[in-house]
Ligand binder design. Structure first.
Ligand code: GAR
Length: 208
């Protein structure tokens, strides 16, 4: 018996490596989601080309066209999501602060991946800040999206060690990214199944 796949959209701003991991997971017959749309706020996002190369609908809704009116941009995004029949949204390196318009419209149906162990290091430059702070454990978080930046309820986290004497920020980013690609599909599957506690601990994936 085939499972029902929830049609999801992935929102990106750049290279889209997390998008790739979600697309790969969704290609598995027993994964409970299918990628119905990829949207970017940037026309030149490399991830759009990759998604198109697989035949997936992938479009830009450039924020520049809306000037400073963030909500107008989000209304255009929201319209595309609804036209495409999207039921769940994954932010994957989508580097725009959202207004309550979009977070309220998709409350409980929008998740994000962030490259730190939230609530520490919200915002940008998380790996540099982890090194500066001298933490010995760093990682990534998948969380529900709410109006506050990187503040929504945590779904799952994966941790990696920090080697302060030899790590550069790039080294740390690469170590965390490997875990992001494992964590995001696992967290999405758990949320769609209605059970965040079902994220399994394997291959260095530490779920808190
Ligand atoms: C990822 O590390 C993701 O966690 C981060 O941007 C990168 C995007 O890479 N997101 C944030 O910082 C959101 N606050 P990708 O385009 O290769 O997935």
């Amino acid at each position: 018996m085939s499972i029902r796949k929830t049609p999801i959209a992935i929102l990106i701003s750049g290279r889209g490596s997390n998008m790739r991991s979600l697309i790969a997971a969704c290609a598995e017959p027993d994964f409970p989601a299918s990628v119905a749309l990829v949207l970017s706020n940037k026309e030149d996002a490399a991830g759009l080309d990759y998604a198109r190369s697989l035949g997936l609908p992938a479009e830009a809704v450039p924020h520049k066209a809306f000037g400073k009116d963030r909500e107008a941009h989000e209304r255009a995004i929201d319209a595309r999501l609804r036209e495409a029949g999207i039921e769940f949204v994954c932010l994957a390196g989508y580097m725009r602060l959202l207004t309550p318009f979009l977070t309220d419209a998709w409350a409980g149906r929008m998740i994000n991946i962030h490259p730190s162990l939230l609530p520490v290091f919200p915002g940008t430059h998380t790996h540099e800040r982890a090194l500066e702070a001298g933490v010995r454990i760093h990682g990534c978080t998948v969380h529900h999206v709410t109006a506050g930046m990187d503040e929504g309820p945590i779904i799952a986290q994966a941790a990696v060690p920090v080697f302060p004497k030899k790590d550069s920020a790039d080294d740390l980013a690469a170590r965390v990214l490997v875990q992001e690609h494992v964590l995001y599909p696992a967290a999405l599957k758990a949320v769609l199944g209605g059970n965040s506690d079902s994220v399994s601990s394997e291959d260095g994936l530490l779920v808190v």
